[in-house]
Design a protein around this ligand. Structure first.
Ligand SMILES: Nc1ncnc2c1ncn2[C@@H]1O[C@H](COP(=O)(O)OP(=O)(O)OP(=O)(O)O)[C@@H](O)[C@H]1O
Ligand SMILES: [Mg+2]
Length: 306
Protein backbone atom coordinates (compact mmCIF):
# COMPACT_ATOMS: atom_id res chain seq x y z
CA UNK A 1 0.00 0.00 0.00
CA UNK A 2 1.28 3.42 -0.94
CA UNK A 3 2.25 4.81 2.48
CA UNK A 4 0.78 8.18 1.66
CA UNK A 5 -2.67 6.59 1.69
CA UNK A 6 -4.43 7.07 5.02
CA UNK A 7 -7.89 5.70 4.23
CA UNK A 8 -8.56 2.98 1.70
CA UNK A 9 -11.94 1.54 0.79
CA UNK A 10 -12.33 -1.46 -1.51
CA UNK A 11 -15.65 -2.77 -2.77
CA UNK A 12 -17.31 -1.03 0.16
CA UNK A 13 -21.01 -1.86 0.56
CA UNK A 14 -23.59 -0.80 3.12
CA UNK A 15 -27.10 -2.20 3.04
CA UNK A 16 -30.01 -1.34 5.28
CA UNK A 17 -32.15 -4.46 4.88
CA UNK A 18 -32.53 -4.86 1.13
CA UNK A 19 -31.71 -1.21 0.45
CA UNK A 20 -28.19 -0.56 -0.81
CA UNK A 21 -27.04 2.82 0.56
CA UNK A 22 -23.37 2.46 -0.42
CA UNK A 23 -22.92 0.40 -3.52
CA UNK A 24 -19.52 -1.18 -4.04
CA UNK A 25 -17.27 1.87 -3.91
CA UNK A 26 -13.48 2.19 -3.96
CA UNK A 27 -11.58 5.28 -2.87
CA UNK A 28 -8.36 6.40 -1.25
CA UNK A 29 -7.72 9.43 0.92
CA UNK A 30 -4.12 10.62 1.12
CA UNK A 31 -2.41 11.89 4.24
CA UNK A 32 -2.76 15.63 4.68
CA UNK A 33 -5.31 16.29 1.96
CA UNK A 34 -8.79 17.72 2.16
CA UNK A 35 -11.08 15.20 0.55
CA UNK A 36 -14.67 16.02 -0.35
CA UNK A 37 -17.76 13.82 -0.67
CA UNK A 38 -20.35 15.51 -2.83
CA UNK A 39 -23.75 14.33 -3.94
CA UNK A 40 -27.47 14.99 -3.57
CA UNK A 41 -29.51 14.08 -0.49
CA UNK A 42 -29.43 10.35 0.13
CA UNK A 43 -26.34 9.73 -2.02
CA UNK A 44 -24.64 7.79 0.79
CA UNK A 45 -22.14 10.37 2.07
CA UNK A 46 -22.99 10.23 5.77
CA UNK A 47 -23.28 6.45 5.61
CA UNK A 48 -19.76 6.21 4.17
CA UNK A 49 -18.39 8.57 6.81
CA UNK A 50 -20.07 6.57 9.57
CA UNK A 51 -18.25 3.46 8.37
CA UNK A 52 -14.91 5.31 8.40
CA UNK A 53 -15.67 6.43 11.95
CA UNK A 54 -16.57 2.84 12.91
CA UNK A 55 -20.12 3.62 14.05
CA UNK A 56 -21.77 1.61 11.27
CA UNK A 57 -20.57 -1.91 10.41
CA UNK A 58 -19.83 -2.68 6.76
CA UNK A 59 -22.08 -5.05 4.86
CA UNK A 60 -19.13 -6.15 2.72
CA UNK A 61 -15.81 -5.00 1.31
CA UNK A 62 -12.85 -3.65 3.24
CA UNK A 63 -12.12 -0.31 4.81
CA UNK A 64 -8.79 0.58 6.34
CA UNK A 65 -7.88 3.68 8.30
CA UNK A 66 -4.18 4.30 9.01
CA UNK A 67 -3.50 0.68 8.13
CA UNK A 68 -6.11 -0.62 10.59
CA UNK A 69 -9.24 -2.54 9.64
CA UNK A 70 -12.44 -0.82 10.79
CA UNK A 71 -13.96 -4.20 11.63
CA UNK A 72 -11.04 -5.21 13.82
CA UNK A 73 -9.66 -2.10 15.48
CA UNK A 74 -12.56 0.34 15.87
CA UNK A 75 -11.33 1.71 19.20
CA UNK A 76 -7.87 2.55 17.94
CA UNK A 77 -9.35 4.18 14.83
CA UNK A 78 -11.79 6.28 16.86
CA UNK A 79 -8.88 7.67 18.86
CA UNK A 80 -7.31 9.28 15.81
CA UNK A 81 -10.54 10.66 14.35
CA UNK A 82 -12.42 13.82 15.24
CA UNK A 83 -15.95 14.14 13.91
CA UNK A 84 -18.33 17.03 13.49
CA UNK A 85 -21.54 15.18 12.71
CA UNK A 86 -24.27 16.42 10.40
CA UNK A 87 -26.77 16.60 13.27
CA UNK A 88 -25.92 18.95 16.10
CA UNK A 89 -25.50 16.65 19.09
CA UNK A 90 -24.15 19.00 21.71
CA UNK A 91 -25.50 18.52 25.21
CA UNK A 92 -27.96 21.38 25.79
CA UNK A 93 -27.80 21.00 29.58
CA UNK A 94 -24.12 21.87 29.74
CA UNK A 95 -22.08 24.98 29.09
CA UNK A 96 -19.87 25.30 26.02
CA UNK A 97 -16.77 24.58 28.09
CA UNK A 98 -18.28 21.59 29.85
CA UNK A 99 -19.38 20.05 26.53
CA UNK A 100 -15.73 19.89 25.54
CA UNK A 101 -14.60 18.57 28.92
CA UNK A 102 -17.21 15.78 28.94
CA UNK A 103 -16.25 14.79 25.41
CA UNK A 104 -12.56 14.64 26.41
CA UNK A 105 -13.44 11.85 28.86
CA UNK A 106 -14.20 9.46 25.99
CA UNK A 107 -10.54 9.72 25.10
CA UNK A 108 -9.25 9.43 28.68
CA UNK A 109 -7.65 12.84 28.45
CA UNK A 110 -6.60 13.92 31.97
CA UNK A 111 -8.72 16.71 33.40
CA UNK A 112 -6.08 19.45 33.52
CA UNK A 113 -4.99 18.65 29.96
CA UNK A 114 -8.64 18.65 28.83
CA UNK A 115 -9.16 22.07 30.41
CA UNK A 116 -6.08 23.43 28.71
CA UNK A 117 -7.16 22.12 25.31
CA UNK A 118 -10.74 23.31 25.72
CA UNK A 119 -9.51 26.81 26.47
CA UNK A 120 -7.22 26.84 23.44
CA UNK A 121 -9.93 25.45 21.18
CA UNK A 122 -12.44 28.08 22.24
CA UNK A 123 -9.83 30.65 21.35
CA UNK A 124 -9.26 28.90 18.02
CA UNK A 125 -12.94 29.11 17.10
CA UNK A 126 -13.19 32.65 18.53
CA UNK A 127 -15.82 31.86 21.14
CA UNK A 128 -13.94 32.50 24.37
CA UNK A 129 -16.60 34.93 25.50
CA UNK A 130 -19.17 32.10 25.38
CA UNK A 131 -17.11 29.71 27.52
CA UNK A 132 -19.69 29.47 30.31
CA UNK A 133 -22.83 29.94 28.27
CA UNK A 134 -25.40 27.14 27.88
CA UNK A 135 -25.60 25.56 24.42
CA UNK A 136 -29.22 26.64 23.98
CA UNK A 137 -28.16 30.25 24.22
CA UNK A 138 -25.90 30.04 21.17
CA UNK A 139 -26.79 30.86 17.60
CA UNK A 140 -26.66 27.97 15.14
CA UNK A 141 -23.43 29.27 13.61
CA UNK A 142 -21.85 29.34 17.08
CA UNK A 143 -23.05 25.79 17.74
CA UNK A 144 -21.34 24.60 14.54
CA UNK A 145 -18.13 26.20 15.77
CA UNK A 146 -18.43 24.44 19.14
CA UNK A 147 -19.00 21.15 17.32
CA UNK A 148 -15.79 21.80 15.39
CA UNK A 149 -13.87 22.58 18.60
CA UNK A 150 -15.20 19.45 20.24
CA UNK A 151 -14.09 17.35 17.25
CA UNK A 152 -10.55 18.61 17.86
CA UNK A 153 -10.30 17.81 21.57
CA UNK A 154 -8.41 14.54 20.96
CA UNK A 155 -5.97 16.24 18.53
CA UNK A 156 -7.12 13.97 15.70
CA UNK A 157 -5.06 13.00 12.66
CA UNK A 158 -8.28 12.80 10.67
CA UNK A 159 -11.03 15.37 10.96
CA UNK A 160 -14.43 14.49 9.51
CA UNK A 161 -16.79 17.38 8.80
CA UNK A 162 -20.28 16.38 7.69
CA UNK A 163 -21.84 19.53 6.22
CA UNK A 164 -19.96 21.90 8.54
CA UNK A 165 -21.48 25.09 7.17
CA UNK A 166 -25.06 24.20 6.29
CA UNK A 167 -27.34 27.05 7.24
CA UNK A 168 -24.55 29.42 8.25
CA UNK A 169 -24.28 33.02 7.16
CA UNK A 170 -21.38 33.95 4.86
CA UNK A 171 -19.28 35.32 7.72
CA UNK A 172 -19.56 32.19 9.87
CA UNK A 173 -18.91 30.07 6.79
CA UNK A 174 -15.71 31.96 6.03
CA UNK A 175 -14.56 31.54 9.61
CA UNK A 176 -15.01 27.76 9.36
CA UNK A 177 -13.20 27.74 6.00
CA UNK A 178 -10.26 29.60 7.57
CA UNK A 179 -10.10 27.09 10.40
CA UNK A 180 -10.24 24.15 8.01
CA UNK A 181 -7.39 25.64 5.97
CA UNK A 182 -5.30 26.23 9.04
CA UNK A 183 -5.85 22.66 10.30
CA UNK A 184 -4.91 21.30 6.91
CA UNK A 185 -1.71 23.36 7.04
CA UNK A 186 -0.94 21.74 10.37
CA UNK A 187 -1.11 18.37 8.61
CA UNK A 188 -4.59 17.20 9.62
CA UNK A 189 -6.29 15.06 6.98
CA UNK A 190 -9.79 16.37 6.38
CA UNK A 191 -12.89 14.66 5.05
CA UNK A 192 -15.69 17.00 4.18
CA UNK A 193 -19.20 16.67 2.84
CA UNK A 194 -21.02 19.67 1.53
CA UNK A 195 -23.83 20.81 -0.71
CA UNK A 196 -22.04 24.07 -1.39
CA UNK A 197 -20.01 23.79 -4.53
CA UNK A 198 -18.04 26.89 -3.79
CA UNK A 199 -17.00 25.35 -0.48
CA UNK A 200 -15.76 22.21 -2.19
CA UNK A 201 -13.92 24.21 -4.82
CA UNK A 202 -12.31 26.41 -2.14
CA UNK A 203 -11.25 23.69 0.28
CA UNK A 204 -10.96 20.31 -1.36
CA UNK A 205 -7.83 18.93 -3.01
CA UNK A 206 -9.89 16.09 -4.44
CA UNK A 207 -13.57 15.18 -4.42
CA UNK A 208 -15.76 12.20 -5.05
CA UNK A 209 -19.16 12.72 -6.58
CA UNK A 210 -21.69 10.17 -5.31
CA UNK A 211 -25.18 9.42 -6.51
CA UNK A 212 -27.42 6.56 -5.40
CA UNK A 213 -24.60 4.99 -3.40
CA UNK A 214 -22.20 4.91 -6.33
CA UNK A 215 -19.19 7.03 -7.23
CA UNK A 216 -19.94 8.68 -10.53
CA UNK A 217 -16.78 10.75 -10.82
CA UNK A 218 -13.70 11.75 -8.83
CA UNK A 219 -10.74 14.06 -9.08
CA UNK A 220 -9.55 17.61 -8.49
CA UNK A 221 -12.44 20.09 -8.68
CA UNK A 222 -10.89 22.32 -11.35
CA UNK A 223 -9.94 19.36 -13.54
CA UNK A 224 -13.41 17.82 -13.25
CA UNK A 225 -15.00 21.11 -14.27
CA UNK A 226 -12.74 21.47 -17.30
CA UNK A 227 -13.27 17.88 -18.33
CA UNK A 228 -17.06 17.88 -18.19
CA UNK A 229 -18.10 21.47 -18.68
CA UNK A 230 -15.20 23.43 -20.09
CA UNK A 231 -14.19 26.91 -19.01
CA UNK A 232 -17.45 28.76 -19.49
CA UNK A 233 -21.20 28.28 -19.48
CA UNK A 234 -23.79 30.24 -21.39
CA UNK A 235 -27.07 31.07 -19.66
CA UNK A 236 -30.16 32.53 -21.20
CA UNK A 237 -33.75 33.15 -20.09
CA UNK A 238 -36.02 30.17 -20.80
CA UNK A 239 -38.08 30.57 -23.91
CA UNK A 240 -39.54 27.85 -26.19
CA UNK A 241 -38.32 29.65 -29.26
CA UNK A 242 -34.77 29.97 -27.96
CA UNK A 243 -34.64 26.30 -26.97
CA UNK A 244 -35.86 25.34 -30.46
CA UNK A 245 -33.27 27.58 -32.08
CA UNK A 246 -30.43 26.21 -29.92
CA UNK A 247 -31.37 22.60 -30.58
CA UNK A 248 -31.56 23.15 -34.28
CA UNK A 249 -28.51 25.38 -34.75
CA UNK A 250 -26.16 23.83 -32.18
CA UNK A 251 -27.10 20.16 -31.97
CA UNK A 252 -23.89 19.31 -30.07
CA UNK A 253 -24.61 21.67 -27.19
CA UNK A 254 -26.22 20.17 -24.09
CA UNK A 255 -29.13 22.12 -22.65
CA UNK A 256 -30.31 22.02 -19.05
CA UNK A 257 -33.37 23.94 -17.99
CA UNK A 258 -33.03 25.21 -14.42
CA UNK A 259 -36.00 27.19 -13.13
CA UNK A 260 -36.54 29.94 -15.66
CA UNK A 261 -33.13 29.72 -17.30
CA UNK A 262 -31.48 27.54 -19.90
CA UNK A 263 -27.87 26.55 -19.26
CA UNK A 264 -25.95 25.72 -22.39
CA UNK A 265 -22.92 23.43 -22.10
CA UNK A 266 -20.76 23.57 -25.16
CA UNK A 267 -17.14 23.70 -26.22
CA UNK A 268 -18.00 26.94 -28.06
CA UNK A 269 -20.20 28.96 -25.68
CA UNK A 270 -18.99 32.27 -27.12
CA UNK A 271 -19.96 31.31 -30.66
CA UNK A 272 -23.45 30.41 -29.48
CA UNK A 273 -23.60 33.61 -27.45
CA UNK A 274 -22.95 35.71 -30.55
CA UNK A 275 -25.60 33.75 -32.49
CA UNK A 276 -28.12 34.31 -29.69
CA UNK A 277 -27.47 38.02 -29.41
CA UNK A 278 -27.98 38.34 -33.10
CA UNK A 279 -31.31 36.59 -33.14
CA UNK A 280 -32.78 37.26 -29.70
CA UNK A 281 -31.82 40.58 -28.23
CA UNK A 282 -32.70 41.39 -24.61
CA UNK A 283 -33.04 37.78 -23.54
CA UNK A 284 -30.47 38.11 -20.76
CA UNK A 285 -27.85 35.84 -22.27
CA UNK A 286 -24.67 35.77 -20.21
CA UNK A 287 -21.38 33.91 -20.19
CA UNK A 288 -19.96 32.93 -16.82
CA UNK A 289 -17.21 30.70 -15.43
CA UNK A 290 -18.08 27.03 -15.15
CA UNK A 291 -18.35 25.57 -11.63
CA UNK A 292 -18.74 22.23 -9.89
CA UNK A 293 -22.51 22.52 -9.78
CA UNK A 294 -22.56 22.72 -13.60
CA UNK A 295 -20.52 19.56 -13.73
CA UNK A 296 -22.93 17.74 -11.47
CA UNK A 297 -25.91 19.00 -13.39
CA UNK A 298 -24.38 17.93 -16.66
CA UNK A 299 -23.47 14.45 -15.38
CA UNK A 300 -26.76 13.67 -13.70
CA UNK A 301 -29.29 16.17 -15.01
CA UNK A 302 -29.90 17.19 -11.41
CA UNK A 303 -28.75 19.81 -8.98
CA UNK A 304 -26.85 18.84 -5.86
CA UNK A 305 -29.41 20.33 -3.53
CA UNK A 306 -32.80 18.86 -4.25
N1 LIG B 1 -30.16 3.81 9.60
C1 LIG B 1 -30.71 3.75 8.38
N2 LIG B 1 -31.67 2.86 8.08
C2 LIG B 1 -32.20 2.78 6.84
N3 LIG B 1 -31.83 3.55 5.80
C3 LIG B 1 -30.86 4.44 6.02
C4 LIG B 1 -30.26 4.60 7.32
N4 LIG B 1 -29.33 5.58 7.22
C5 LIG B 1 -29.36 6.01 5.95
N5 LIG B 1 -30.29 5.34 5.23
C6 LIG B 1 -30.59 5.54 3.81
O1 LIG B 1 -29.39 5.45 3.08
C7 LIG B 1 -29.35 6.43 2.04
C8 LIG B 1 -28.10 7.27 2.19
O2 LIG B 1 -28.23 8.10 3.31
P1 LIG B 1 -27.09 9.09 3.77
O3 LIG B 1 -27.49 9.67 5.06
O4 LIG B 1 -25.78 8.39 3.72
O5 LIG B 1 -27.14 10.19 2.61
P2 LIG B 1 -26.32 11.53 2.44
O6 LIG B 1 -25.60 11.44 1.16
O7 LIG B 1 -25.54 11.81 3.66
O8 LIG B 1 -27.49 12.61 2.26
P3 LIG B 1 -27.67 14.12 2.83
O9 LIG B 1 -27.03 15.01 1.80
O10 LIG B 1 -29.14 14.31 2.85
O11 LIG B 1 -27.04 14.22 4.17
C9 LIG B 1 -30.66 7.21 2.14
O12 LIG B 1 -31.56 6.68 1.20
C10 LIG B 1 -31.13 6.93 3.56
O13 LIG B 1 -32.54 6.94 3.64
MG1 LIG C 1 -25.59 13.26 5.08
Amino acid sequence: MNNNVLIKAEKLVKKFGEFVAVDNIDFEVNKGECFGFLGPNGAGKTTTISMIHCVLPLSSGTLKVAGMDVSKQPRAIKRIIGIAAQEDNLDPDFSVFYNLIVYARYFDIPRTEAQKRAKQLLQFIQLEEKTNVLIDELSSGMKRRVVLARALINEPQILILDEPTTGLDPQARHLIWDKVRSLRKQGVTIILTTHYMEEAAQLCDRTIIMDNGKIIEQGKPEILIKKHVGEEVLEVVYDEEIVGYLKKTFPDAKLEIVNDRVQVFSTQPRGIFVGLLDKFRNKGAIIRNANLEDMFLKLTGRRLRE
